[in-house]
Design a protein around this ligand. Structure first.
Ligand SMILES: [Zn+2]
Length: 118
């Protein structure tokens, strides 16, 4: 997923500076946000864009005001295959919370799986 230019140019440098100002390593920041260190590194090196949910925690931990014109974050609505188990996995891979349809599909799969094992 390409990093939106507005995010890369205006916001990312502020977040990286704020992390240094707070004396936080990528690892400590990751722990506070609840993601892996690799994820924080991929955000800071522009390889990935956080979901809005994760971005809010990122800003919050660093006391940076969250910019409310959030159109540069990936849509949280999700991929075309929503409502399927692979849709659920796509959310996970994109570091997004799964939508209701995908959660339902995953839960149905897990129920069927557990029934099948008994
Ligand atoms: Zn979905």
């Amino acid at each position: 997923m390409p990093v939106p230019p507005k995010f890369a140019q205006n916001v990312l440098p502020r977040l990286i500076k704020a992390r240094a100002a707070h004396g936080l390593s990528q690892r400590l920041l990751a722990l506070r946000i609840g993601v892996s260190e690799v994820t924080v590194r991929s955000w800071e090196t522009r390889r990935r864009t956080p979901s809005e949910d994760k971005a809010r925690r990122w800003f919050g931990e660093l006391s940076v005001p969250f910019p409310e014109d959030t159109d540069w974050f990936p849509p949280t609505k999700g991929p075309a295959q929503c409502g399927t188990r692979s849709g659920y996995q796509v959310h996970g891979a994109a570091d997004q919370p799964a939508c209701q349809a995908c959660n339902d599909a995953q839960n149905a799969y897990m129920r069927a799986y557990r029934r099948g094992r008994r």
